[in-house]
Design a protein around this ligand. Structure first.
Ligand code: FES
Ligand code: FES
Length: 191
């Protein structure tokens, strides 16, 4: 399907999954004349997408690339549930215009550890410390926690609380989250 045909098309492997380095052409569902060709690498896979310039990165990830691990909480930059990494830095994807991601790299929770491989130390630490209840905030918490360590902002519980303060948890799993980050941080530094 060409971009001008509208709708969304995606080449998939026999298993129905996107394969690495595969190019996906997708058209905005409305106003194709206003669509903006945007190229981005998401979890190591190159995508070329025709996007509505108003679309958020969050909506493109979830609705066009089927990466639903990234959650929509407030959709207003207030809760952190939509946190992903953009060129190695954490961003709230609900406030990130997808067209501004052109030529850049995105990492979501789906790409944090290799498929079928061991979990990322932060994912394992969240399990080990019961750092979740309903789990809705957890992908955003984990992406923010990984960034927190990489930024050098996980040297004490107080510092972790400060630099994780943009990620809210309605279930109140904060004690476990801080413990998980303190556990994973030295393992990440050794890796
Ligand atoms: S959904 Fe993006 S900050 Fe809440
Ligand atoms: S585990 Fe439920 S919102 Fe955080």
């Amino acid at each position: 399907m060409s971009a001008s045909e509208g709708g969304t098309s995606a080449e998939t492997s026999a298993s129905g999954q996107f394969t690495r380095d595969e190019v996906v052409i997708s058209a905005a569902t409305n106003s194709s004349s206003a669509s903006v060709l945007t190229r981005m690498v998401v979890n190591g896979i190159s995508h070329s997408l025709y996007l509505d310039p108003r679309a958020s990165l969050l909506d493109v990830l979830r609705e066009q690339l089927a990466l639903t691990g990234t959650k929509k909480g407030c959709d207003h930059g207030q809760c952190g549930a939509c946190t992903v990494h953009l060129d190695g830095r954490r961003v709230v994807s609900c406030l990130t215009p997808a067209v501004q991601v052109d030529g850049r790299e995105v990492l979501t929770i789906e790409g944090l550890s290799p498929e079928g491989g061991p979990l990322h130390p932060m994912q394992q630490a969240f399990i080990d410390h019961d750092a979740l209840q309903c789990g809705y905030c957890t992908p955003g918490q984990i992406m923010a926690a990984v960034a927190c360590v990489q930024e050098g902002h996980a040297t004490s519980a107080d510092q972790i609380r400060e630099y994780m303060s943009g990620n809210l948890c309605r279930c109140g799993a904060y004690v476990g989250i801080v413990a998980a980050i303190q556990d994973a941080a030295p393992k990440m530094r050794r890796a």
